[in-house]
Design a binder for this molecule. Structure first.
Ligand code: NAD
Length: 368
């Protein structure tokens, strides 16, 4: 199969969909890999490294889209890419179609098989291609939060880990899922005093077992949240209610009760945010103040560390892409129920119920 990797064109997107080790894997199975010139530069991967792994470097994206039977990307096709997609082509990437009617219609109209990273789902309900980005965001939230607490950022000048004879910072993490656990892991490593909350006891028990006495676990309810937010130097919002807007757990009054110069990093900003004072920010202008509390609410945090994010993402995507190339679409999705759930459009039809429902369109689910 001919596999193509265009350079990402979304603003500030520096990740790339294949790394040299992935190219080697495809080439060793007899596939051809086309990489657009400079596609890996944002992640610190040179064309020469791809070439050494067996890829052909092509000068223009058009060539990738014209020749490739399987296009592997990071972000959804946009702009001129929408016109370059073609009938029967497989596009494997983050698609987020339920909030993008224009792209859904374009994939349908052009007969493109759109396979979305974010809807590939294992039997236990987990979303393995979202997980590495939550790991990155969770870990980064503490790094960013620590910076917010510095006086140059408007913070109260508190070092997360304190020093001998001086108290460490209090870090409160709301949500003990993938991102929350990773935030917890880094905050403990930096010597902070950490409290983590969830509504699911099993999650709290896991953190308690793994982190031992280094972390306080608490059931998430309004009373506990109010008390802990008031005492926190840094609050990390890492809550997710699948398919719904995140509940507002931290009210304006709670933010007002925080010490001036405290910080909030709200990872859940894309789901509406778990603080009443959350609004989306960007890497170029990441923070703002409400009641003298520094807020950091960047929606695409992994973009700050594209190299780590690229390697984390491709660790989990390349195996699926390789299965598609080796077995062909029909057999690959027939043999792997998780991959089948990733198929959002195929042969001019919407194949994912949630996407069809979002636009009141009909759905033709793929047979098992
Ligand atoms: N900003 C970014 O760049 C970025 C990147 C990745 C993920 N995220 C966001 O991070 C959030 C967490 O993602 P995840 O992958 O860790 O999800 P997850 O499903 O693994 O974890 C979410 C946790 O929230 C808990 N929860 C639900 N309601 C709660 C409540 N009322 N109080 C406390 N806990 C509650 C759930 O029980 C679960 O343990 C999501 O909103 C996701 O969109 C943001």
């Amino acid at each position: 199969m001919i596999v193509g990797v265009p350079k990402e064109i979304k603003t500030d997107e520096r990740r790339v969909a294949l790394v040299p080790a992935g190219v080697s894997a495809f080439v060793s199975h007899g596939h051809t890999v086309l990489i657009e010139k400079s596609a890996g530069v944002g992640s610190g991967i040179l064309d020469a490294e791809y070439r050494a792994a067996g890829a052909q470097i092509v000068q223009k994206a058009d060539r990738v889209w014209t020749d490739a039977e399987l296009v592997v990307k990071v972000k959804e096709p946009l702009g001129r890419e929408l016109r370059l997609m073609r009938d029967g082509q497989i596009v494997f990437t983050y698609l987020h179609l339920a909030s993008n009617e224009r792209l859904t219609k374009a994939l349908k109209r052009r007969g493109v098989t759109g396979i979305a990273y974010e809807t590939i789902q294992l039997d236990d309900g987990s979303l393995p291609l979202l997980m590495p980005m939550s790991e990155v965001a969770g870990r980064l939230s503490i790094q960013k939060g620590a910076h917010c607490l510095e006086s140059v950022s408007g913070g109260r000048g508190v070092l997360l880990g304190g020093v001998s004879g001086v108290k460490p910072a209090n870090v409160l993490i709301l949500g003990a899922g993938v991102a929350g656990f990773n935030a917890c892991y880094i905050a403990v490593g930096m010597g902070a005093h950490v409290t983590i909350m969830d509504i699911v006891s099993k999650k709290l028990r896991y953190v308690h077992d793994v982190m031992g006495g280094h972390v306080t676990t608490l059931m998430s309810n309004r009373a506990n949240i109010g008390e802990e937010v008031a005492a926190a130097d840094l609050v990390v919002g890492s809550v997710l209610v699948p398919g719904a807007r995140t509940d507002v757990l931290v009210t304006r009054a709670m933010v007002k009760a925080m010490q001036p110069g405290s910080a909030i990093v709200d990872l859940a900003v894309d789901q509406g945010g778990c603080c009443a004072t959350t609004k989306p920010t960007t890497h170029s202008d990441p923070t703002y103040l409400v009641s003298d509390v520094v807020h950091y609410c960047v929606a695409n945090m992994p973009g700050a560390v594209p190299r780590t994010s690229t390697y984390g993402l491709t660790n989990v995507t390349t195996g699926y892409a390789l299965a598609l190339a080796n077995r062909g679409f029909e057999r690959a999705v027939h043999e792997d129920a998780a991959l089948r759930k990733g198929v959002n459009t195929h042969a001019g039809e919407i194949t994912h119920p949630a996407v069809a429902k979002a636009f009141g369109m009909s759905c033709t689910e793929l047979a098992a």
